[in-house]
Design a protein around this ligand. Structure first.
Ligand SMILES: C[S@@+](CC[C@H](N)C(=O)[O-])C[C@H]1O[C@@H](n2cnc3c(N)ncnc32)[C@H](O)[C@@H]1O
Length: 216
């Protein structure tokens, strides 16, 4: 709702990209994954953060590599950032009107899932550091077509105002360079629950129009 010239934000207000982690089951739902079809495939999880997708998927026989700037840090340093981020989001999220609570039930259950994810992440990060590659979009340190499938959960579009259109365009071109079959990006709406205005711009871009498909 607008009050004259005053625009009221309805979504979560964050001053940085937060360090939260989602579970394999959440990724499966977001990306409509068929886990059996991915067994033996090489999957890249860009901006993987403290998600347990990589750990859980590798346990199922899916060959996942996660990529994120935080993987240059020790587990202790990552924890020093991820725990306060989770508490800050937990405290704020209950009063934000743009969230539908169906699957997540309530903020306590959301926090439980995030804790479950980060606990699995930290244990895998210690035991299998080779699953976790440090770096930053818009550059990926991988060979052309190195991965069958690439996923990006809760980074592109979500934080669009922090990084801008050029960053999105370059990142998506880079993701397509390292991906053989398909990349899936979720969500494509902003914190205000509005479709990103970058989607039509990317679809109209001659360098991308033949590879991008609009969300249904
Ligand atoms: C909200 S978390 C999402 C984590 C995970 N994908 C999930 O959905 O659970 C956003 C992640 O983006 C990462 N990030 C920030 N800047 C990045 C960049 N330039 N390239 C890749 N990842 C970045 C952060 O470190 C953080 O882990």
């Amino acid at each position: 709702m607008s009050d004259g010239s005053i625009q009221t934000k309805r979504g979560l207000q964050l001053d940085r990209v937060v360090l939260l982690g989602r579970t394999f089951e959440e990724y499966r739902r977001y990306f409509l994954l068929e886990p059996d079809d991915l067994i033996g495939k090489r999957v890249l999880d860009v901006a993987g953060g403290v998600s347990s997708f990589c750990a859980e998927a590798n346990n199922l026989g899916i060959n996942v590599t996660s990529f994120d700037p935080i993987y240059s840090l020790s587990p202790k340093k990552i924890m020093e950032r991820s725990e306060p981020d989770l508490e800050a989001v937990y405290r704020a999220i209950g009063s934000v009107p743009t969230y539908r609570w169906g699957y997540y039930k309530n903020p306590d259950y959301m926090r439980k899932l995030r804790k479950r994810a980060s606990t699995m992440f930290f244990s895998d990060y210690e035991v299998h550091p080779e699953h976790y590659i440090a770096g930053q979009l818009p550059t990926l340190p991988f060979a052309d077509h190195e991965f069958d499938v690439t996923l990006v959960s809760y980074f592109l579009f979500r934080y669009q105002n922090r990084v801008g259109y050029k960053f999105h365009r370059e990142s998506i071109l880079e993701i397509m360079r390292v991906t053989r079959d398909e990349a899936r990006l979720y969500p494509t709406v902003t914190f205000e629950a509005q479709p990103s205005e970058y989607i039509p711009m990317l679809l109209a871009d001659p360098a991308l129009s033949n590879v991008l498909h609009s969300p249904k």
